[in-house]
Design a protein around this ligand. Structure first.
Ligand code: AHR
Length: 346
């Protein structure tokens, strides 16, 4: 527990409650759109229970099935019976909203801030404010830029660059199994949200492998924002523009669903005419692997809640934590998907 923390705890919570009430009264809704996960009345009642650790959680949005699973994992892990009081905010893909939420958490003097950053850049100022307020920040899922390295306590999430390189390595093996390792291979890429570490890492990881193969031609890499609608739109453009596409790299399952619809509309067989590489490995993505429409699904693990709780508990006990924690992630193809699909909860 941070020094001097408890002596102000009860008054802080009452001040927070007071602020929530005032702003809510003025605006008719929660301040800065922060969804305090319980009513103010409950919040006050919690002040009597000194064992709860207050966590302000800024989730970047709800753009994908993966994101929904990630939010649920955090909410299920930071519950009151596990000793936490969670205040969540959904930023609806806006960094501005995330910064507002963080400032609101700082002014309410939460014990911890958990940030899933929509993009890599632009966090230095607000993270410095959190540091000055002595509130430990945990970065979850996506990374922040290296300029912020000293401004957060730890990162818990996925190794996006490694995911991209797994995709490249799978393609190497796939082409060699088919005797196509020396043929010209045309590749199109649907990228996730621009400047997000998920997009940057997956792109870099795949590109590094692609560079070793002069016969791999990346025809286009466009932002489709991790959504099905944009995935469909951008893939439809690619299909109109390029006569021969051999491989689609789609940086998440949601964009893949849209891309498959675009291929269906154009009479192109996903998984055979065009080899499809997807990311996330949600249950619906894995079903497409079973059906042969997606050739490989690179797992991006959204179940970071339990590790997040463990790390916070360690910090609370004054134990040392690592600067980076990566979650375990697999690669799914027709060969192993049956073993895992039934237990997939998202
Ligand atoms: O940051 C993780 C990525 O963000 C997931 O791949 C994607 O589905 C989500 O929206």
């Amino acid at each position: 527990m941070r020094i001097g923390f408890w002596k102000n705890r009860i008054s802080r919570i009452f001040i927070s409650s007071f602020l929530v009430v005032i702003v809510a009264a003025m605006t008719g809704c929660a301040p800065f759109d922060v969804n305090v996960s319980q009513s103010t009345k409950d919040l006050q009642a919690e002040a009597e229970d000194e064992n709860l650790t207050i966590v302000g959680f800024s989730q970047l949005g709800s753009e994908s099935a993966w994101r929904t699973a990630n939010t649920k994992s955090v909410e299920d892990s930071l519950t009151q019976d596990k000793g936490f009081f969670l205040m969540s905010n959904n930023a609806r893909q806006s960094q501005e909203n995330q910064i507002k939420a963080l400032r609101s958490f700082i002014s309410q003097r939460v014990d911890y801030i958990v940030l899933c950053p929509v993009q890599e850049d632009g966090w230095e100022t607000v993270l410095t404010e959190a540091e000055e307020a002595e509130i430990p920040v945990i970065i979850l899922d996506r990374a922040v830029g290296s300029d912020c390295d000293g401004l957060y306590t730890t990162f818990v999430g996925e190794n996006m660059q490694e995911e991209g390189s797994k995709a490249g390595k799978w393609l190497e093996t796939h082409l060699s199994d088919k005797g196509l390792d020396n043929k010209d291979i045309n590749i199109v890429v649907l990228q996730g949200t621009e400047n997000s570490s998920a997009e940057i890492g997956r792109t870099a990881g795949f590109d590094n492998i692609a560079k070793e193969h002069p016969n791999w031609h990346i025809l286009a890499q466009k932002d489709a924002d991790f959504t099905t609608a944009r995935g469909k739109e951008v893939m439809a453009d690619y299909l109109k523009k390029y006569q021969k596409i051999d491989v689609l790299v789609s940086q998440n399952d949601d964009m893949t669903y849209g891309a498959i619809e675009a291929m269906d509309d154009a009479g192109v067989a996903a998984g055979s005419d065009v080899a499809v590489i997807s990311f996330d490995a949600t249950k619906s993505g894995l079903k497409l692997v079973q059906q042969g429409k997606v050739n490989v699904d690179i797992e991006c693990n959204p179940m970071s809640g339990p590790l997040l709780a463990e790390v916070i508990n360690k910090i609370e006990k004054g134990e040392k934590v690592q600067h980076v924690y990566y979650l375990d992630e697999k690669v799914f193809t027709k060969d192993n998907v049956d073993k895992f699909i039934d237990s997939r909860s998202y």
